[in-house]
Design a protein around this ligand. Structure first.
Ligand code: HEM
Ligand SMILES: *[C@@H]1O[C@H](CO)[C@@H](O)[C@H](O)[C@H]1NC(C)=O
Ligand SMILES: *[C@@H]1O[C@H](CO)[C@@H](O)[C@H](O)[C@H]1NC(C)=O
Ligand SMILES: *[C@@H]1O[C@H](CO)[C@@H](O)[C@H](O)[C@H]1NC(C)=O
Ligand SMILES: *[C@@H]1O[C@H](CO)[C@@H](O)[C@H](O)[C@H]1NC(C)=O
Length: 321
């Protein structure tokens, strides 16, 4: 009566990858900077050993970079006297650890001067953090160029955790990303941490009828209330890990949201709609299906808005003169 889920996913994959513009190339730096991947992996691994928060932060950095003005490292530019950069937009409060990319860039400028774009460093680092957290490995396509524009006001275009599934689908479609990509990439929430502010409206005075969002598992919600006791919690570090194994890249996120234990409304909305729920179920059931699709969707995310005429920044924090 129906195709097996894996066949449907493969068909979705084929139909979408053939449409994406494939200017990027796995071998882009083979001649000009053969050490690129070793230098980045080494930097990311040693930084992650020092600070276990780094893998999640770098994965999220890649998502934010690609969603605003395409994957052009606009997220790395510092504000100037005349311009407030993306970094200093409201979601700035929760993206950190830019120094890891800056460190890798400094080493790459020594090894292969003025060759490797900051946008490619983020893309490779994002792959590295997934792999070193237990997720899949894939060949990153390279050849992105860095942009010269970064505006704090653009960050309003990042999807908010309060969005419903229809709004999320629209936000992803604007970047030529499909419903499958939305569900798959949301699986990035297998890593990391959220502050109370991102989910507090679900656990305090949710609606006239319900103090707590009824789509939340009750015990889970009480645990969240315990961590974030007030509508505006005073502790800026308070919050909750995004899934029960937040330093391991696995399919637990999908199992959790099926049990009403998704932190954000955006996560939970994926199980409340027939367009997305079947994909969540397929990933919860079989981690290898999730891993395979995650690789495909990360390649598509890495292709969003790639610049034709950008530059290779010398310093990821400032545009070239
Ligand atoms: C679908 C729309 C998405 C929404 C609404 C969303 C929203 C959020 C929010 C609100 C946080 C918590 C920020 C905080 O309070 O500190 C967060 C964290 C995170 N997000 Fe997403 N996100 C989305 C998609 C993604 C995607 C596509 C990825 C990567 C593939 C991703 C990776 C992460 C990671 C790794 C963290 C943890 C960051 C850390 O521990 O520092 N998110 N996200
Ligand atoms: C951005 O974050 C940094 C710390 O990471 C902070 O010093 C700065 O004030 C923040 N900017 C805004 C506009 O919130
Ligand atoms: C999602 O939110 C939009 C805007 O608030 C609303 O018009 C729409 O009905 C909602 N859709 C669903 C499926 O809840
Ligand atoms: C809860 O929200 C309602 C409006 O939706 C408001 O009138 C009431 O004061 C709120 N209660 C608390 C404790 O914040
Ligand atoms: C809580 O914070 C929000 C936004 O930060 C603000 O609009 C609201 O007035 C605050 N509520 C209380 C009770 O402090």
């Amino acid at each position: 009566m129906k195709f097996p889920i894996i066949v449907v996913l493969i068909l979705l994959t084929l139909s979408t990858t053939t449409l994406s513009k494939a200017e990027l190339d796995a071998n882009y730096y083979d001649k000009t900077c053969p050490q690129i991947e070793d230098i980045i992996s080494e930097t990311v691994q040693s930084a992650s050993k020092q600070d276990p928060k780094i893998p999640a932060r770098i994965l999220r950095m890649f998502f934010h970079d690609c969603f605003i003005r395409g994957c052009d490292a606009s997220i790395l530019l510092d504000s100037t006297d005349t311009n407030e950069a993306e970094k200093d937009g409201p979601p700035n409060l929760s993206v950190h650890s830019f120094y890891v990319i800056d460190d890798a860039k400094a080493k790459l400028e020594k090894a292969c001067p003025h060759t490797v774009s900051c946008a490619d460093i983020i893309a490779i680092a994002a792959r590295d953090v997934v792999t070193l957290s237990g997720g899949p490995f894939w060949e990153v396509l390279k050849g992105r160029k860095d942009g010269r524009i970064s505006k704090a006001s653009d960050t309003i275009n990042l999807p908010a955790p309060t969005l419903n599934v229809t709004q999320l689908i629209q936000s992803f479609a604007k970047r030529d990303l499909s419903i499958k990509d939305l569900v798959t990439l949301s699986g990035g929430h297998t890593l990391g941490f959220s502050h109370c502010s991102s989910f507090q409206s679900r656990i305090h005075n949710f609606s006239l009828l319900h103090d707590i969002d009824p789509t939340l598992n009750t015990n889970f919600a009480l645990g969240l209330k315990n961590k974030c006791p007030k509508p505006n919690t005073t502790d800026p570090n308070a919050g909750q890990f995004l899934d029960s194994t937040a330093s391991v890249f696995d399919n637990d996120y999908f199992i959790q949201i099926l049990g009403g234990k998704g932190l954000f409304s955006s996560d939970q909305s994926l199980v409340g709609d027939s367009r997305t729920k079947w994909i969540v179920e397929a990933f919860a059931k079989d981690q290898s299906v999730f891993f395979k699709e995650f690789v495909d969707s990360m390649l598509k995310l890495g292709n969003v808005g790639v610049l034709e005429n950008g530059e290779v920044r010398l310093n990821c924090k400032v545009v070239n003169n």
